[in-house]
Structures are given as structure tokens and as C-alpha cells.
Design a protein. Structure first.
Length: 145
């Protein structure tokens, strides 16, 4: 029932990784546009973008790439992989918590320029970390045939 190959699970994990990145880029951009509409003369939009991408590169290097490698190893060790096993149950729980926290932070940020900038930096950092670390999925898939 809903079984899948190891390769299919790895591809699905990578695709979900990309979807998360795209959603967070769009969300972060929307928050920055809202901040700019509130205070068009303040110079914090571009420093926020740069900060988000720099923090994301660091997070990709030291946290997310390792997470991708662990997930790929976990998938490879599954004896009879099921389609839903592209991430572990704990990861799905953590993902639900992160999505909820992100939605709450975004709602709280509306109307506050500094809060909008802060949440946008967070979204862009996570988004770029997801995007940069996704190379682990593709290089490991290419290496495995």
C-alpha cells in the first residue's frame, strides 16, 4: 500500500524541500513589500535581504545540509519504503510546529516595520538555507545512479 522506491522517496523529499523554499521566499518578499509600503524612506529592505541570504548560507552549511544527509541515509536504510516515509514522523511534527510559528509571527508582524523586517529576514534565511542545502539531495541522487 503506497509503497515507493528509495529513489522516489529521495526525489519527493527534495521536491518538498524546494516547495518550502519557494513558499518562504514569497512570504518574506511579501513582508518586505509591506514594510516598504509603511516606511518607503527607511533603508532597511536591502540590508534585510542580504542578511537573510547570508544567514541562510550559514544555516545551510552547518544545519540543513547535515539534515539532508541524515534523511537520505535514513531513506536508504528503509527495508520496504512507503511513500509517506520521505521524512520521519518527528520531522513532520517539527514542520507543523514551524509552519504554525511562522504564521503566528507573520500575523503579529503586520503593522510593525521592525517586526516585518525581522520576520522577513527569518523567512529569507530559512528559504535560502533550504535552497542551498537542496544540492545535497541532487548530488547524492546523481552519485547513486
Amino acid at each position: 500500500m503506497l509503497s515507493g522506491s528509495h529513489k522516489r522517496l529521495k526525489i519527493l523529499a527534495a521536491v518538498i524541500w524546494y516547495i518550502g523554499s519557494i513558499i518562504l521566499i514569497l512570504k518574506g518578499t511579501q513582508l518586505l513589500l509591506e514594510a516598504h509600503a509603511m516606511e518607503p524612506d527607511l533603508p532597511w529592505i536591502w540590508p534585510a535581504v542580504v542578511s537573510g541570504f547570508v544567514l541562510g548560507a550559514v544555516k545551510a552549511r552547518f544545519v540543513f545540509s547535515r539534515s539532508c544527509r541524515r534523511n537520505l541515509s535514513r531513506i536508504s536504510m528503509l527495508e520496504s519504503p512507503k511513500l509517506w516515509q520521505f521524512y520521519s514522523p518527528g520531522f513532520f511534527l517539527a514542520l507543523a510546529v514551524m509552519i504554525t510559528a511562522g504564521a503566528i509571527l507573520s500575523r503579529m508582524a503586520h503593522g510593525s516595520y521592525p517586526f516585518l523586517i525581522g520576520v522577513a529576514v527569518l523567512d529569507l534565511a530559512i528559504s535560502s538555507a533550504l535552497l542551498i542545502s537542496s544540492r545535497v539531495y541532487w548530488t547524492r541522487l546523481a552519485d547513486s545512479g
